[in-house]
Design a protein around this ligand. Structure first.
Ligand SMILES: *Cc1c(COP(=O)(O)O)cnc(C)c1O
Length: 343
């Protein structure tokens, strides 16, 4: 099976498993796991923040970050297709009671003026009528935007506008390292205008468990309290952190291969009659295509592909395919041939 459903569909490599097996461990809940501590320090430094917090998943990073930044009844702005709004079970509402206010973006990206328009709309009525704006979330790269990369200038301008309005800025950096490899800008540069940011290790970085949230020391101290009360504090979690440390050493530069494979896939698909690429060529590792010009729906295409050993996922009017370290260039060519045959 060629698994293009998501970049979470990979397995730890033999070398990563050796690193995991050899992990130095301690009681993470007491702050005594050396592998976890090393990982937290390393990610904090990578993102240019004071401190880091190891968490079981990216979803928990967003959940805890929103809770740490915002109080119930306050406004959280995010792009309309953001993962934090669409794919996390409404956790921000359940746990933090925030009022989510969507911003229209293009491929998930918006400019400072779009933020200012949303802010003006949210604050049209003064207190006590209008709600209190508190937080802006940005997603780098943007998942539903086809792995689109926020340019540094645009991100800086949006962060500055949010800070000018007295808001905090949180970055969902699930695929931040894909943006780093695609653009050449360092991770800390992208995070410079944010108050918190996180990295997921279980996407393109190829680890089985873990994400690290980073921010100021005061922010992380408070976030650690929520980690514990949400049941996210672990024990010998160095077993998981060792996979993440290994990923930082061995799986960052190679993201360029995933990007080249995504581009190759998109070019192959674009050459098939009736297939459109509504988001254009991918900048990173996520490809969306609209197959309806072939007379087949996304669901029909995906089902027929399964019979040929290729798994992609229907999403609305489109099909999503994501490249990762368990998909070779030869398999990309097989996948293109399978889509062509199915169409
Ligand atoms: C996957 C993803 C998440 C959630 O991360 P998990 O590790 O799956 O919980 C959050 N945001 C974005 C953009 C993602 O792609």
């Amino acid at each position: 099976m060629i698994l293009l459903t998501s970049d979470t569909e990979k397995r730890p490599t033999p070398a990563m498993r050796r690193a995991i097996a050899a992990a130095e461990v301690g009681d993470e809940q007491r702050g005594e796991d050396p592998s976890v501590n090393r990982l937290q320090e390393r990610v904090a430094e990578l993102l240019g923040k004071e401190a880091g917090l190891f968490l079981p998943s990216g979803t928990m990073c967003n959940l805890i970050a929103v809770r740490t930044h915002a109080e119930a009844g306050q406004v959280m702005f995010a792009e309309r297709d953001a993962h934090v709004l669409r794919a996390e079970g409404g956790g921000a509402a359940l746990v933090s009671g925030v009022l989510a206010d969507p911003i229209d973006g293009e491929r998930g990206i918006f400019d400072a003026q779009a933020f200012e328009r949303a802010y003006a709309r949210a604050t049209a009525l003064p207190p006590p009528w209008g709600p209190k704006p508190r937080l802006l979330c940005v997603e780098q790269t943007h998942n539903v935007g086809g792995g689109a990369v926020w340019p540094v200038d645009k991100l800086d301008a949006v962060c500055a506008a949010a800070h000018h309005a007295g808001l905090r800025v949180h970055m969902d950096g699930a695929r931040l390292m894909n943006a780093v490899i695609a653009s050449g800008a360092p991770a800390a540069r992208f995070c410079a205008g944010t108050d918190s940011a996180w990295l997921d290790f279980t996407k393109g970085l190829g680890a089985p468990i873990g994400a690290v949230l980073a921010g100021s020391r005061a922010f992380i101290d408070e976030a650690r309290r929520f980690k514990h009360l949400f049941g996210g504090a672990m024990r010998q979690a160095g077993i998981a952190a060792a996979g993440c440390l290994y990923a930082l050493d061995a799986h960052v530069e190679r993201l360029a291969e995933d990007h080249a494979n995504a581009r190759r896939l998109a070019e192959g698909l674009a050459a098939i009659d009736g297939i459109a690429l509504p988001l254009g060529m991918p900048e990173t590792n996520i490809v969306f295509f609209d197959p309806r010009g072939t007379g087949k729906s996304p669901a029909q295409i995906c089902e027929a592909l399964l019979a040929r050993g290729v798994r992609m996922v229907p999403m609305g009017s489109r099909v999503r395919a994501v490249t990762h370290l368990d998909v070779s260039t030869a398999q990309i060519d097989e996948a293109i041939a399978a889509v062509s045959a199915v169409c």
